[in-house]
Design a protein around this ligand. Structure first.
Ligand SMILES: N[C@@H](CCC(=O)N[C@@H](CS)C(=O)NCC(=O)O)C(=O)O
Length: 296
């Protein structure tokens, strides 16, 4: 293994680490070693009780998918307003966003239907909150619920190795470091194998029914097999995880998933981007825009 010129083998960490702005790779401009707001910034508020502040990253998509799924089964109380938080511009460090999520990361939800507005942050917590609030996508029996929680928490603990570990060093780091890529590729492949074995015997992650465990895991691990994150499907031999591929493609075909993926999306084809969502008809307007654009 060769060392890149700016990473000599004899690097010794100093006694006390200090921040050198710009040392964080692709996202250097938003990374910093402190928490809290850096600017006064209000959050917009729409007409529905549920207000979502997010972006269509894998963590953001989990929430728009459950909201669209809830609406699809007739839970009208799940109507929501979704606003885009542009993390590249530092919106997550605005004062009102930090009040909603002191961790300064999307997604953040505020539920105004409770006596005192309830803030909900961490995508796993939001999935659980909504599943419990509307009594859907979470098994009612204790054993089923426990299995669903097992996988929900599995995702929360595992995905940082895929995103912050593998994805960072494979796709975003300013240079390729074999040691880091090897370490995280091995772990991600192990995780894919865990899922593949589970899905060999189960239609969905936690058993026979589609639950918040699928909604949490699919945007990350489904994206590996469909090659929509890090362009690493070939490198990780993703096609060998045939059960994951079967499950991922079934979920991708769901109408609510198609809609949820569009909300707060600011990259990719324009007809797949819905920056703000306030009503189900916003998707129709989008289709209308697309037809008009095609006719031009
Ligand atoms: N564990 C958190 C992770 C959320 C997260 O990492 N969000 C990213 C986008 S996917 C973010 O907001 N990054 C902005 C930043 O780090 O400043 C969750 O699941 O909600």
């Amino acid at each position: 293994m060769t060392n890149p010129p700016n990473q000599p083998a004899d690097y010794t960490p100093p006694k006390v680490w200090t921040w050198e702005p710009g040392n964080g790779g692709k996202f250097a401009n938003i990374n910093r070693p402190t928490a809290g707001a850096v600017k006064e910034q209000e959050l917009p508020r729409g007409k529905h009780p549920l207000q979502l502040y997010s972006l269509a990253t894998p963590n953001g998509v989990k929430v728009t998918v459950i909201l669209e799924e809830l609406l699809a089964i007739g839970k009208t109380g799940a109507e929501y307003d979704a606003y885009t938080i542009r993390i590249g511009d530092g919106d997550q460090f605005g004062s009102c966003f930090v009040d909603a999520n002191p961790n300064s990361k999307i997604p953040a939800l505020i539920d105004y239907s409770t006596d005192k507005p309830t803030r909900v942050f961490e995508s796993g917590s939001i999935l659980l909150y909504l599943a419990e609030k509307f009594g859907a996508f979470i098994p009612e029996d204790h054993a089923g619920r426990t299995e669903c929680m097992n996988w929900l928490f599995w995702q929360m603990g595992s995905a940082p190795y895929l995103g912050g570990g593998f994805g960072h060093f494979y796709a975003y780091a300013p240079f390729k470091i074999e040691y880091c890529i090897d370490r995280f590729a091995m772990e991600v492949k192990r995780q894919m194998d865990v899922l593949d074995r589970q899905l060999a015997d189960n239609e969905y992650i936690a058993g026979d029914s589609y639950t918040i465990a699928d909604m949490a895991i699919w945007p990350w691990y489904g994206a590996v097999v469909s090659n929509s994150v890090y362009d690493a499907a070939e490198f990780l031999d993703a096609k060998s995880y045939t059960n994951v591929a079967r499950w991922a493609s079934a979920i991708a075909k769901r109408d609510a998933v198609r809609r949820g993926r569009m909300v707060n999306r600011v990259t990719g084809p324009l007809d797949k981007q819905l920056h703000e969502r306030h009503d189900a008809s916003d998707f129709d307007t989008k289709t209308q825009d697309k037809l008009e654009a095609a006719a031009d």
